[in-house]
Design a protein around this ligand. Structure first.
Ligand code: FE
Length: 184
């Protein structure tokens, strides 16, 4: 009999926590899932910045501590998300795409184009140094790997079948990107 009040208390606390969480979620009015992810990354990752140009040279263990697991696997171990599963492959919002690992500015939305490949695709990076490249001969293919110019994290690959004016296709992983909409 003595356990009954404890159980009631636990249930009451659980309901209370759920209601509080719901209330906080509504108060924040986070506009998009992408924004929420960016803010989470900024809170946990002291290197995350949209303005710093300082090159980052962290160890794998340091990255593992501060990155969400999915971002860590793509950025630091060149994992690839399945085609047509990422949140940006067919996203058309107006704004800026940043590196999910370090916040570096990578692409503007007006350089994004509709590609049938199933991954977010761009024809131009924001600056000469925002994305850097490396030959990638893994999996028996000859490809050009695209990496973040600030943290060196894997973003995806660069192909020569993109639209004019560059003819390039930056084939990116959604997981490696953060999107921030333009302010209205
Ligand atoms: Fe980066």
């Amino acid at each position: 009999m003595k356990r009954i009040p404890t159980v009631y208390l636990a249930i009451s606390l659980s309901i209370s926590c759920m209601l509080t969480a719901c209330g906080q979620s509504k108060e924040k009015q986070v506009p998009t899932e992408a924004n929420a992810k960016t803010k989470t990354a900024m809170n946990k990752n002291p290197y995350y910045s949209h303005t710093s140009t300082e090159k980052l040279n962290l160890t794998d263990a340091e990255w593992k501590k501060i990155l969400p697991e999915d971002v860590y696997e793509v950025s630091r171990h060149a994992d690839t998300e399945a085609a047509f599963t990422g949140k940006y492959w067919n996203y058309t919002g107006t704004g800026t795409y940043y590196c999910a690992a370090c916040g570096n500015t990578l692409f503007r939305s007006d350089a994004k184009f509709a590609s049938s490949c199933g991954w977010p695709s761009f024809f131009e990076q924001t600056s000469k140094t925002s994305v850097v490249f490396k030959n990638d001969n893994s999996y028996g293919m000859v490809r050009v790997e695209a990496l973040c110019g600030r943290c060196g994290g894997h973003l995806g690959h660069l192909f020569d079948d993109g639209p004019e004016p560059t003819g390039k296709r930056y084939c990116m992983n959604s997981i490696a990107l953060d999107f921030e909409p333009d302010e209205k």
